[in-house]
Ligand binder design. Structure first.
Ligand code: SAM
Ligand code: SF4
Ligand code: SF4
Length: 354
């Protein structure tokens, strides 16, 4: 039987009209963080000593309304965006999230619509998300060891809840789910094979993500990063794998097919092998700030423009200018010990999404 190669829609086959930045990178993707709140407290993202009971998250009126988000999506589509991902915080905590999915999936030019979630609320939402037009799901699950998982997420959920979420998503018709695994040395790196074993033979794609120095709160240290090459060589001791081509220009994961099993694994190596040269992503925070890099300090405030009556053309010009002047290459600079250190205050991961 021919080997199964899983693909996702090529969202941008014609890049000639996309805006290009100073490094000739086309604008293709938009990530929309819809809420800064979460029902977990993963230490690498939202450490509990920072996001405690008294922490003040955005108030409802501070977050962009759905109509404001959709208006921006329409503008970005004209600039080249064809793939949209909804994220957070935990996006399924945003009230009426399926309504937003419905509205964005109706925007002409959005060819791919995905959502990243910790999976806890999928039993309640999976079917509604599918019916609303969501095409793909990513679920985060760092280990199958319940004790380690609870220690990682602030003790707020167990592995079984996430597996239930994945099952609910399968039942709702999401056939190929990406499983995001953040790898931290000495915490979960000894049990990664369990995840490959568990999901082999399914269509789900386990993706190992190098622990990143996102935000200012997670006490990141480089020696806590396990380079993807090390994980791959451990996997190769047990599985036969074959490198496969990216699905589309700008894909961040290096893909491998498990040759003796149905399925695929991937590696996102932003620390050991930065991919800034192909970075095609724009990121919108829940309060309407637009970022051109995951590690940026400041975002462009679009909420004020939207609420002060700016026309679509005025917003188009502001955002066009932002992308055309974009120079970001934080991860490459990090790897050469260069300018990235100059960013003292970075946006937090739970404010902007992964
Ligand atoms: N709450 C949802 C979730 O966890 O899937 C969506 C938002 S979360 C910020 C998006 C992704 O970022 C998750 O897969 C998470 O594991 C990843 N992430 C968060 N902090 C990270 C870090 N410091 N390094 C690498 N990945 C991180
Ligand atoms: Fe919440 Fe996702 Fe951050 Fe974990 S990674 S704290 S689930 S937003
Ligand atoms: Fe893109 Fe910034 Fe990440 Fe580089 S560091 S890949 S520019 S988000």
């Amino acid at each position: 039987m021919a080997p199964l190669v899983l693909t996702e829609p090529s969202a941008c086959s014609d890049k000639k009209n996309n805006l290009k930045d100073t490094l000739q990178r086309p604008l293709q993707d938009l990530r929309i963080s819809v809420i800064d709140q979460c029902n977990l407290r993963c230490a690498y993202c939202m450490p509990v000593d920072h996001c405690h009971e008294q922490y003040s998250f955005l108030r409802k009126e501070e977050r962009l309304h759905f109509d404001e988000i959709v208006r921006l999506v329409n503008i970005f589509v004209r600039q080249g965006v064809a793939k949209v991902r909804i994220t957070g915080g935990e996006p399924l905590l945003r009230e009426n999230i399926t309504e937003l999915i419905e509205k964005i999936s109706a925007v002409k030019g959005v060819r791919d619509l995905a959502l990243t979630t910790n999976g806890i609320l999928l039993p309640r939402f999976a079917r509604m998300l599918k019916n609303a037009g969501l095409k793909r799901l990513t679920v985060s699950l760092d280990t199958l060891d319940d004790k380690i998982f609870r220690a990682l997420n602030g003790g707020r959920a167990g592995v079984a809840q996430i597996i239930d979420g994945i099952r609910a998503a399968e039942a709702a018709g999401f056939i190929s789910i990406k499983i995001n695994v953040v790898v931290k040395k000495g915490i979960n790196d000894h049990c990664l094979l369990d995840l490959v074993n568990y999901f082999k033979g399914t269509r789900h794609i386990v993706r190992f993500i190098e622990y990143m120095d996102a935000g200012n709160r997670n006490d990141w240290q480089k020696d806590l990063v396990v380079p993807s090459a090390q994980i791959l060589s451990r996997i190769r001791e047990h599985f036969s794998v074959r490198n496969i081509e990216p699905n589309y220009y700008g894909e961040v994961a290096d893909r491998y097919q498990l040759t003796n099993h149905k399925g695929e694994i991937g590696f996102i190596s932003s620390v050991s092998q930065p991919f800034c040269q192909d970075c095609t992503r724009l990121r919108l925070s829940p309060d309407g700030k637009l970022y051109t890099c995951l590690f940026a300090g400041e975002g462009k405030d679009l909420r004020t423009l939207l609420r002060n009556g700016a026309t679509d053309e005025a917003i188009y010009l502001v955002t066009e200018n932002l992308w055309k002047n974009r120079t970001d290459r934080y991860s490459q600079e990090r790897s050469t010990g260069g300018g990235a250190k100059g960013i003292l205050k970075k946006v937090e991961m739970y404010q902007i999404g992964g």
